[in-house]
Design a protein. Structure first.
Length: 136
């Protein structure tokens, strides 16, 4: 007799409007910072995290570099861009969720032209006010 230990499925929290607002804000951020936004975006809001999956945002120069064996350089450029817009990503999530952000992580897979942003939320709740923010 075999027993299967299955965890119950994780259910997203928040509402569709909240996830859509986050998706739209990330698309606009990409358009402003890269000159092109993704073609498909899906955002999931869970207990203490937000996951945003962006597809179709590869730039022509990234494709050229990747096709010529410079995938590492594509990752370096994307990492530098993420560092440059990290505070804007944080502000989007804090505005839309009303929660303080611990960290924003981003990974781009040029092979599949998919970027994932994982945002970990502070379980304590609301973001600090601008007057009490400590260098975030």
């Amino acid at each position: 007799m075999s027993t299967s230990l299955r965890s119950p499925p994780v259910q997203p929290h928040g509402n569709g409007q909240q996830a859509a607002a986050i998706s739209n804000a990330f698309v606009q951020l990409h358009r402003r910072s890269l000159g092109k936004g993704p073609t498909k975006v899906k955002t999931y809001v869970f207990d203490d995290m937000v996951l945003c999956v962006l597809e179709g945002g590869e730039l022509p120069f990234e494709k050229t570099l990747r096709e010529r064996g410079n995938g590492t350089l594509v990752h370096e450029v994307r990492d530098a861009l993420h560092a440059a817009v990290r505070d804007e990503c944080r502000a989007i999530i804090e505005r839309e969720t009303g929660r303080s952000v611990k960290t924003v992580l981003s990974q781009f897979d040029p092979e599949w032209d998919i970027e994932c942003k994982l945002v970990l939320l502070d379980s304590a709740g609301a973001p600090p006010s601008a007057s009490t923010a400590s260098g975030r």
